[in-house]
Design a protein. Structure first.
Length: 151
C-alpha cells in the first residue's frame, strides 16, 4: 500500500479532479491512501513545524518505509524511482510519502525518513506537487508492468 501524507488540503476543484483521476488510474496497481493533516499559520515557524510533525508522525507505523519529499533530497529518474519502489516492496508492505507544508518538514520528520526524495531544486505549489507525485507513481507502475505510457 502507498500512503501519501500531506500538510494542507486540496482547495481548487481542478486540483481535486486531477487527484481523483490519478487515484483511479493507480487503483489498478496498488491500494492508495491520501491523508491530509492541518496546516498551521502564524509567525513562529518552529512551532508550526512542530505541530505539523506531531500530526504527521501519528499517521506513520513503525514498520512503514517513509519517503520524505524534500528539496534537498535525492533526485531520481522515473525509471530509478520505479526500481526503488519495486525494491522497497520486497521488504516493506507500506510506503509512506510525506509532503510538508509551506515551511517544509520538521527535522525530526526528516530523521524518521528511510529515504529523502526531491523532484527538483525548484519550489512547487503544494497542490501541484501532490499531482506530480501521483503522476510519477502512476508512471512507475506503468514502467514496472512494461506498459506503454513511459517515454
Amino acid at each position: 500500500m502507498i500512503k501519501i501524507l500531506c500538510v494542507g488540503k486540496m482547495k481548487e476543484k481542478y486540483w481535486r479532479e486531477a487527484l481523483e483521476e490519478y487515484q483511479k488510474r493507480l487503483s489498478k496497481y496498488t491500494k492508495l491512501s491520501i491523508v491530509e493533516v492541518t496546516d498551521f499559520e502564524g509567525d513562529h515557524i518552529p512551532t508550526i513545524l512542530e505541530k505539523e510533525k506531531n500530526l504527521l508522525i501519528k499517521q506513520i507505523d513503525s514498520k512503514d518505509y517513509v519517503i520524505t519529499m524534500d528539496i534537498g533530497g535525492n533526485e531520481l529518474s522515473s525509471v530509478e524511482l520505479s526500481e526503488k519502489i519495486e525494491s522497497i516492496f520486497l521488504s516493506h508492505s507500506n510506503i509512506v510519502f510525506v509532503i510538508g507544508g509551506s515551511y517544509g518538514l520538521h527535522e525530526e520528520m526528516k530523521k524518521r525518513a528511510n529515504f529523502s526524495l526531491s523532484f527538483s531544486k525548484l519550489t512547487f505549489p503544494h497542490q501541484l506537487f501532490r499531482i506530480l507525485l501521483l503522476e510519477q507513481l502512476y508512471r512507475c507502475y506503468k514502467i514496472q508492468n512494461h506498459e506503454t505510457y513511459h517515454k
